[in-house]
Every structure is written in structure tokens, then in C-alpha cells.
Design a binder for this molecule. Structure first.
Ligand code: NAD
Length: 481
């Protein structure tokens, strides 16, 4: 079988990259190499930025009502190709088909919300701010924006940004993860079919060199980054140093508090789905359960039962509920964390290394540690795999204090039947995505998405109304006639 070499999409055309370096894209369920992703050069990035810069001069003058017609066409095309997109996500990322389809649908919803631009772009006005003087604000696009995406949601993450950016009148350069470039290739084919003017939406495949080029490029007005915290922090600092707007969404270590009054059947199934769905490669995945008082034993028993029911295998096959990890290095990293947990003295209740899995592909079973304590590395560092930690605590106050001492604060949840406990949690928790009786606190397209502390660098979060603030500047006019 010939291995496809991916192309860039610049100025409305598919172009071969000049780069001699490529990243081998694999199907994580088989280990088979399915593509070669070129690691494009900064001069190729520059060509895309220049093309986007030229397109901006015309695109910003297209009325918002006309701009969104292209998004309506893209949405229709994406609906028609949703299953093909989901199969592509599964093939390059490993998650199950139903997980992949869910992520594609979440992505399509971003386009739907972005088509609200004619209303959401409106400014404000007030007559007579002083006698005979009127004041109004208008929102204006800023120019060329870029996004850098992670491997774990190959189709969805760029959709958190580009529909909003172009609906606001900006133009765009997308750099997908080199590990999973096929989903964006398909989306950009649909963008081409939707008829966006050349240069409005560009795709540059690559790795670190392109990201550094994006941060430094004087022709780029703003950057949206999603990935691990160390890279997010670096992107935030270097892009801000060249005066760009930046929103950099980083890594996670998500805590779930379980109160003794929670519905334990619902809790165990929700927490298990949160921890092991997408093989734990999700920034909203449950990482540590803090079980208050009597909740500990019940939740442990419930989790073990849920974990026994997980079906590991190739995500494209019916009945499979957990696919492989993205690659061999990611699997080894998780195995190393399991060994570390044992050496740190945690109790290994379910060992994912024991699961019967295919030798081809990067499979690992789900793991549960109990008697974990906050000073252990497994309880504070992002593992990004199917490993769940459990710790018994005495009170909600103690549980909240543990979460507040953590450097990362992406998503936290509480399971309880008590409004009082839920209110205290809402009031005090640091994470900006917080769930009550919800295992995966994922804001939908019309709300904003992003964590706090070491999980987010910037001010304005992804999608929702905040996207219209991130992708526009507000001008204030004060007039006397
Ligand atoms: P990553 O940080 O390794 O890579 C993300 C992107 O940055 C990729 O496009 C990659 O090419 C680029 N990159 C990698 N190293 C770089 C470097 N040194 N300099 C410049 N660019 C670099 O992340 P990943 O492994 O692809 O994704 C998993 C991570 O993403 C996890 O930490 C996860 O929590 C996080 N994530 C966060 C969110 C969120 O909303 N906060 C969502 C999804 C994923």
C-alpha cells in the first residue's frame, strides 16, 4: 500500500511541501504507517500568512451576513461527511467510532454558533453621553489568526477557532498536530468545496518549527493554542512577546469529589466513562477521585465493576468501548506512571498492563490506584492515559483544599445529592469547567471553554461569546455634529 504524503493548503490550492522531513502518521490500532506528514518550513508558513494577509483586505469588507453563507455551506458538507470524518478520526487517533462521531458533531456545533456573527458582532451605543454627544462601539476584525492543535481531538479542536475567526472577518492559518493530520485534510477539502475565497483559510502541516514561526511572525495578529502546559506556556510567552493576542489551553489533572450522599451507580458509570473514554486522552478526563467518608468503599467497588465491562480493541469495530493510545511512546509513558505509582506506595487495584490486548497497536487496559496521596506524582502530574487514582478524604473541605493546592485546574466535578455541598464546590473550586453530577464537564459551543491556573494562559477562552471578543477589537466613536 502506498503511504500518502500530506499537502498544505495555501491561497485556495493544495501545494506539496518542500520539506524533506516528515512525521510518520500511524493507525494506533494496528501500528501501521498510514501517512507522511511534512514538517513544513517557516518559509511555507510565511507563504500561508502572506496569502491570508492579502485575503483579509477583501474578506473583512464582505458583510457578515454574506461571510456566514460560506459557513452554512461548510456545515451542510460536514453533516454529509460526518461519518467519513469520524472514521478518519478513529483511523489516525484510535478513539472509538462513537467517540469520534461525538467529537465531529461538537465541531459542527461550533460552525452553527459562529453563524450567529451578524448578531454577536454588534456593538453598543448611547446617545447623549454629554449633551449633543453620542457614543458607539463597533467590533472590527484584526487580521490573520493562527491555531495550533493537539493530537487528541483531530477534527474538533481547530473548529473551536477558525469558524469564529472568519465569521468575524479575519483570515486564518491552521496547524494540525503532525500525529493526526488527515481529519483536517478532509475538513479543508470541504472548505474548498464550500467555496471560501482563496487565502481565507489556510492549512500548514508541521511541528515545532511551524509553531515557533507562528509565534514570531509579524503578520499574525493572534494565536490559539491547545496542547500540553509546558508548550502552552512557551507559546503564550513567545507570541505575546511579538504583541499577539494569545489563548493557550494547556494540560489537565482533573479531580472529582464524591460525597457519601451521591447516587453511586450513576457516579461510578460517569466517572469510569470520564476516566477511560478516549483511553483517558482527554483534557477533561477524570484523573483523581476524592471520595468523602463512606463514599470510598462504595465508589471503589462500583468503579471496578465498570472497568471489568470495558471492551478494549480497534475503535472502528462495533462493541469496542476503549481504543488504543496514540503511539508506542505514549503507551510507554503511561506504563512508566503505573510503575511509578507502585513505587510511590499506592495500591494497584486494577492493573491495565494485565489486560489481554492485541500485540499490534498501542493498547493498554484501564488502571485503578487506591490509597493515593496528594504528594505522589501519580496524583499531581498529567498522565494522559487510562489511569484513575482514588483517595479517601474526611470532608468536602479537605477535598477542596487538595484540589486548590494543585497547579493545574482544567475541569473538576462533584457528585452529590446536596445542594449545599454543590454550592460550596461551585463557589470555591479553582477549575473554570466544573460539573455537578457530570463526569465530563465539557462546555458546548455557545459557552466558553478553558481552564485556570497552569491549565490556561491568556484571558479570553475558546468559543462561545468570548470568541467574538478574542477575534475582534472594539473601537469607540464619540461624535458631536
Ligand atoms: P503537545 O503540547 O505535545 O502538542 C500540541 C501542539 O504543539 C502540536 O501541534 C505540536 O506540533 C506542537 N508542539 C509540540 N511540542 C512543541 C514545542 N516544543 N514547541 C512548539 N510546538 C510544539 O500536546 P499533545 O500531546 O498533542 O496533546 C495532548 C495535550 O493537550 C495534553 O496535555 C492535553 O491535556 C492537552 N489538551 C488540552 C486541552 C484543553 O482544552 N485545555 C484540549 C485538548 C488537549
Amino acid at each position: 500500500m502506498t503511504v500518502e504524503r500530506l499537502k498544505n493548503y495555501i491561497g485556495g490550492k493544495w501545494v506539496e511541501s518542500d520539506s524533506t522531513t516528515t512525521y510518520p502518521v500511524t493507525n494506533p490500532a494496528t501500528g501501521e504507517v498510514i501517512g507522511e506528514c511534512p514538517l513544513s518550513t517557516t518559509s511555507e508558513l510565511d507563504a500561508a500568512v502572506r496569502s491570508a494577509g492579502i485575503a483579509f483586505q477583501t474578506w473583512r469588507r464582505v458583510p457578515a451576513q454574506d461571510r456566514i453563507q460560506f459557513l452554512f455551506r461548510l456545515k451542510t458538507l460536514m453533516d454529509e461527511h460526518a461519518e467519513e470524518l469520524a472514521a478518519t478520526v478513529t483511523r489516525e487517533n484510535g478513539k472509538t467510532l462513537s467517540e469520534a462521531l461525538g467529537s465531529v458533531q461538537r465541531g459542527i456545533q461550533m460552525i452553527e454558533v459562529a453563524t450567529g456573527a451578524p448578531t454577536l458582532l454588534m456593538g453598543q451605543s448611547l446617545e447623549d453621553i454629554a449633551q449633543g454627544i453620542d457614543c458607539e462601539t463597533v467590533r472590527q476584525p484584526l487580521g490573520v489568526f493562527a491555531c495550533v492543535a493537539p493530537f487528541n481531538f483531530p477534527a474538533m479542536v481547530p473548529l473551536w477557532f477558525f469558524p469564529f475567526a472568519v465569521a468575524c472577518g479575519n483570515t486564518f492559518v491552521c496547524k494540525p498536530s503532525e500525529q493526526v493530520p488527515f481529519s483536517q485534510k478532509l475538513i479543508w477539502e470541504l472548505i474548498h468545496e464550500a467555496g471560501f475565497p482563496p487565502g481565507v483559510l489556510n492549512l500548514v502541516n508541521g511541528g515545532r518549527e511551524v509553531v515557533e514561526g507562528i509565534c514570531e511572525h509579524p503578520g499574525i495578529a493572534g494565536v490559539s493554542f491547545v496542547g500540553s502546559s509546558p508548550v502552552a506556556e512557551k507559546v503564550y510567552a513567545s507570541a505575546a512577546a511579538t504583541r499577539k493576542r494569545v489563548q493557550a489551553l494547556g494540560g489537565a489533572k482533573n479531580f472529582i469529589i464524591v460525597m457519601p450522599d451521591a447516587d453511586m451507580v450513576h457516579t461510578a458509570s460517569n466517572v469510569s466513562e470520564s476516566a477511560f473514554g478516549c483511553a483517558g486522552e482527554r483534557c477533561l478526563a477524570a484523573s483523581v477521585i476524592l471520595a468523602v467518608g463512606d463514599a470510598h468503599d462504595v465508589v471503589r467497588e462500583g468503579l471496578v465493576k465498570e472497568m471489568e465491562a470495558i471492551v478494549i480493541g480497534d475503535g472502528s469495530q462495533p462493541g469496542v468501548t476503549m481504543g488504543p493510545l496514540i503511539n508506542a511512546a505514549a503507551k510507554q509513558r503511561v506504563v512508566d506512571f503505573i510503575e511509578l505509582g507502585v513505587s510511590e506506595g499506592a495500591e494497584l487495584v486494577v492493573d491495565g498492563r494485565d489486560a489481554e490486548v492485541s500485540e499490534n497497536g498501542f493498547f493498554l487496559g484501564p488502571t485503578l490506584f487506591d490509597n493515593v496521596s496528594p504528594e505522589m506524582k501519580i496524583a499531581s502530574q498529567e498522565i494522559f492515559g487510562p489511569v484513575l487514582c482514588l483517595q479517601g478524604v474526611e470532608s468536602l473541605d479537605e477535598a477542596l483544599a487538595i484540589t486548590k493546592a494543585q497547579p493545574l485546574a482544567n475541569a473538576n466535578s462533584i457528585f452529590t445529592a446536596s445542594g449545599k455541598a454543590a454550592r460550596q464546590f461551585r463557589y470555591e473550586v479553582d477549575a473554570c469547567m466544573a460539573g455537578v453530577n457530570i463526569g465530563v464537564a465539557a462546555p458546548m459551543a455557545f459557552f466558553s471553554f478553558g481552564g485556570a491556573k497552569g491549565s490556561f494562559f491568556g484571558d479570553l477562552k475558546a468559543h462561545g461569546r468570548e470568541a467574538f471578543d478574542f477575534f475582534t477589537d472594539r473601537k469607540v466613536f464619540i461624535s458631536r455634529w
